[in-house]
Design a protein. Structure first.
Length: 51
């Protein structure tokens, strides 16, 4: 999407016609870093690693 439409700019600050530009917020989540953090934390606390 960014490649095709670009990132929202700052024109809305100065151009009153673009004050309410439309945009889409996209969140891309990857749970692997969180799972790795939890695994390491649990191991440090002496808990059994998840299966």
């Amino acid at each position: 999407m960014v490649e095709e439409f670009g990132l929202p700019g700052e024109r809305w600050r100065d151009d009153h016609l673009r004050r309410f530009d439309r945009f889409i917020e996209v969140q891309v989540w990857d749970e692997r870093p969180v799972l790795e953090f939890r695994r390491k934390s649990e191991m440090a606390m002496g808990a059994r690693p998840p299966v």
